[in-house]
Every structure is written in structure tokens, then in C-alpha cells.
Design a protein around this ligand. Structure first.
Ligand code: NAP
Ligand code: F7E
Length: 325
């Protein structure tokens, strides 16, 4: 039975990846940081099938102990401080966790068993103020937030350990991916959750920042398959994963409100509190390499994604108004 460790298993992607790997017959070990409350909401349905163990990206020895104890075949590093606005208010924490945390786990692998395959969750935020449209594996980087800068460090240290120590270390440069399990502060889920609340008469407006920002949004369930495919590929490389389409926040609102027969213009209020010190205006992927070399294809359309998220929020609010999923 292959063994996989997932850091960040309590997050959106961690829960989908755990489901995928269990379905493929893996023993799944999830690293979670110590917390005073339970953060297992996304894992309730598979909690009995996985092993949960404590560890923290800030703590080198917990990483070494984890690798020594569970002897994994594969390690997926999904843990990070992942919310871009927080990276301006907590830039050093972001650098420590999202950046240096990658070196800590790579070092643990190198010291214990350098044959273990490693996946790093890199991000389209590294392209930032894009110098090329669309963005592929060879597009130069220009990050626009402390988060993007930290991810860029994580990406390059992954490439460097691959080249320095011949480790099977992959960097997946994933464009935005969403789902009904997306955290409530990210714009897609903020929109679909508020649309559902408005439809049910629980609130009357949706306050947002920049409506013109454009993103390449896909479905997280499709993207975790690409993570696994990268580690089954004959060579460790970097891959761009995205849909190849871009849509604005305004367009997301239009489709989300439209899904419940409402007009977004009647409810959306622009609020300067949600503008960023530096914005990423346009992201659009060129996933040709993943399509041909991995055989990975995006399956969910933009409209299907938005409608799936609105439907899930309506369903959740009608049965469990306090829960987040
Ligand atoms: P997410 O929902 O925010 O999950 C982040 C995970 O990291 C959570 O499990 C969190 O644990 C954990 N974590 C945070 N700090 C930690 C620490 N110091 N030690 C151990 N664990 C820690 O993120 P996601 O959307 O699933 O994304 C997964 C990864 O892909 C992240 O690295 C993100 O930056 C990257 N990424 C995401 C996207 C996207 O569009 N979703 C695109 C490109 C790259 P708690 O539950 O305890 O908070
Ligand atoms: O913002 C605009 C905002 O916070 C998307 C993370 O998973 O994907 C994510 O980063 C856009 C931005 O995601 C609001 O200005 C407008 O242009 O949903 P987001 P993100 O910053 O793109 C990348 C790939 C990651 O790697 C990250 O971990 O939407 N926007 N109004 C807003 N954004 C938020 N959050 N809230 C608003 O009210």
C-alpha cells in the first residue's frame, strides 16, 4: 500500500486530494497544526480512513519526525498561509510558512530518504503583473504580494533541490481553483455564500473590492488529479495547471446571481476596504504541457463551477446555517 503524507490536509485541496488518494488505495497521513478548536470540518466524511498527526511548517523537527515515522512514498506540501490580503498584514509569518516551510520539508525528506517524491503547491500568483499572456512554465515571474514572493521562493527551492540533490521534486503552478469547500474569505465563495444568503432573505448586499480583476478559475476536484499525475510522471518537472480561460469578478457575480434569477447590480456594493495595495489584474493559463505530457484535462466549465458553488451554499444554508460546508 503506497503511503502519502499531505500537509494542509484540513484545507480545501487537502480534503479533495485525500479523497482521491484513498480511492487509489493509498494510506493517507494528514499533517495538522495544533489548534485549540477542531478544524476537521472538510474531512468529517473520511476521518476514519486517514491518520491525522501533528506537525507545523514552522517547526523543522516535527517535519523530520513525520517523515521518519510514516516512511511515505509521496509528500504533498499543500500547507501555507494562503490568503493574499493577509500576506500584507502578516508578511513575515507568510514568508516563514509559505516560503521557508518548503525548505523545512525538503530538508526533512533529504535527511531521512531523498527518494521520496515531493509535490509543491506553487501558484499563478507568482506571475503577478504578467509579462506574457497566456502564462506557461517559461513565463517570467513578477509577484505582486508578499504571498506571491513567498510562493516564488518555495517554487525555486523545489527546483533547486531537484537539481542539487537529484530529488523527485515537482512544482505544480496552479491557477485559482475553487469549490463548495473554498474558504469563505476568497472572492468566489464570498460571492456564492452571499448570493445564497440574499436569496434566502438573510442579508441584502454583497460588499466587494475590485470587480475588474480577471482570473482563470477551475474546480479543485479536477486540479488535485494533476498533483497526483505529476508524481507519477517519469520525470520531476514543473507544470502549469489551469483552464485556459479568464473571467472577471464582475462576470462571476453576474453568473452567480443569475443562477438564482437575481441581478448582481441590485446587490453588489464596491467597498475600498477590499482593494489591495497591489493587484494582479489578469491571469490566464496555457496548460498545454500538462495536457500533452500528463494527459491532464480540465473537466469543469466556469458556469458549472459557479452554479455548483451556489447550489451547495443554498443547500448548506437550508440545512446547516452555522456550518461552512
Ligand atoms: P487552504 O484551504 O487555505 O488550506 C491551507 C492549509 O494549510 C490548511 O490546512 C491550514 O491548516 C494549513 N496550514 C497553514 N499554516 C500552517 C502551518 N504553519 N503548519 C501546518 N499547516 C498549516 O488552501 P488551499 O486552497 O487548499 O490551497 C492549498 C495549497 O495550494 C496552498 O499552499 C495554497 O497556497 C496553494 N494554492 C492554492 C490555489 C487555489 O486557488 N486554491 C492556487 C494555487 C496554489 P488550518 O486548517 O489549521 O488553517
Ligand atoms: O481574489 C478580487 C481580488 O482572494 C481574487 C488564493 O487561493 O488564488 C487565490 O488568490 C480576486 C482578486 O484569490 C474581493 O482583488 C474583489 O483580484 O479569491 P481571491 P487570489 O488573491 O487570486 C491564488 C492562485 C493562490 O495561490 C491563493 O492562495 O478577487 N476581489 N473583491 C476580492 N477578493 C477577495 N478575497 N474579497 C473581496 O471582497
Amino acid at each position: 500500500m503506497p503511503v502519502a503524507i499531505i500537509t494542509g490536509i484540513t484545507g480545501q485541496d487537502g480534503s479533495y486530494l485525500a479523497e482521491l488518494l484513498l480511492g487509489k488505495g493509498y494510506q493517507v497521513i494528514g499533517m495538522v497544526r495544533r489548534s485549540s478548536t477542531v478544524t476537521m470540518e472538510r474531512l468529517q466524511h473520511i476521518q476514519d480512513d486517514i491518520i491525522i498527526t501533528q506537525g507545523d511548517l514552522h517547526d523543522q523537527s516535527s517535519m523530520v519526525a513525520l517523515i521518519e515515522e510514516y516512511k511515505p512514498d509521496e509528500v504533498y506540501n499543500l500547507a501555507a498561509q494562503s490568503f493574499v490580503p493577509t500576506s500584507w498584514s502578516q508578511p513575515l509569518l507568510t514568508a516563514e510558512a509559505t516560503g521557508l516551510g518548503v525548505t523545512r520539508i525538503l530538508e526533512a525528506i533529504r535527511l531521512v530518504n531523498s527518494q521520496i517524491k515531493f509535490y509543491q503547491a506553487s501558484s499563478s500568483e507568482m506571475f503577478g503583473k504578467v509579462v506574457e499572456v497566456p502564462q506557461n512554465e517559461d513565463t517570467p515571474f513578477y509577484p505582486r504580494s508578499p504571498y506571491g514572493v513567498a510562493k516564488l521562493y518555495g517554487h525555486w527551492i523545489t527546483v533547486n533541490y531537484r537539481e542539487s540533490f537529484d530529488m523527485f521534486a515537482c512544482s505544480g503552478i496552479l491557477f485559482n481553483h475553487e469549490s463548495p469547500r473554498r474558504g469563505l474569505e476568497f472572492v468566489t465563495r464570498k460571492i456564492t455564500n452571499t448570493v445564497a444568503k440574499i436569496k434566502m432573505g438573510l442579508t441584502r448586499e454583497l460588499r466587494l473590492g475590485n470587480l475588474e480583476a480577471q482570473r482563470d478559475w477551475g474546480f479543485a476536484g479536477d486540479y488535485v488529479q494533476a498533483m497526483w499525475m505529476m508524481l507519477q510522471h517519469p520525470r520531476a518537472e514543473s507544470f502549469v495547471i489551469g483552464t485556459g480561460e479568464t473571467h472577471s469578478v464582475r462576470e462571476f457575480c453576474e453568473v452567480a446571481f443569475g443562477a438564482v434569477d437575481l441581478n448582481y447590480q441590485d446587490y453588489v456594493v464596491q467597498d475600498p476596504r477590499f482593494y489591495r495595495p497591489a493587484e494582479v489584474d489578469l491571469l490566464i493559463s496555457d496548460p498545454a504541457k500538462a495536457n500533452t505530457e500528463l494527459g491532464w484535462k480540465n473537466k469543469t466549465t466556469f458556469r458549472e463551477l459557479v452554479e455548483m458553488m451556489v447550489a451547495a451554499d443554498l443547500q448548506r444554508l437550508s440545512t446547516n446555517p452555522q456550518g461552512t460546508r
